[in-house]
Each structure stands twice: as structure tokens, then as C-alpha cells.
Ligand binder design. Structure first.
Ligand code: ZN
Length: 56
């Protein structure tokens, strides 16, 4: 999916105990709940690979 700020691609970023999305362009990080309503099927699939996901 795309960044809301600059429309670059967001990548899944795993930090300690949390999964976030980070823009490959402006490096802005999004928490999952921030973008939950905009998640596309491709990103949802990626996130399914992270069973320890914490949504807040
Ligand atoms: Zn961006």
C-alpha cells in the first residue's frame, strides 16, 4: 500500500513486539491501527506472516 504523505510504498517493519509500516520514501512510520481501514489485501497478507502482531 502507499504512504499517505508521499505515495511511496510502505514496507512492513518489525520492531520488538510490534509490527509497523514504514514508508520507503519519507520514512514515516505508521502503526497498524492507523492504517487498518486502508490496508489492501496484499499488505494484509504480509501481516499474516507476523503471528505476534500487536495492534496498538
Ligand atoms: Zn512517505
Amino acid at each position: 500500500m502507499q504512504c499517505r504523505e508521499c505515495a511511496n510504498i510502505l514496507e512492513v517493519l518489525r520492531t520488538c513486539g510490534q509490527v509497523r509500516l514504514r514508508c520507503t520514501g519519507c520514512k514515516r512510520e505508521y502503526q497498524i491501527h492507523e492504517v487498518a481501514s486502508d490496508l489492501d489485501p496484499e499488505t494484509e497478507k504480509l501481516l499474516e506472516n507476523y503471528p505476534t502482531i500487536i495492534y496498538d
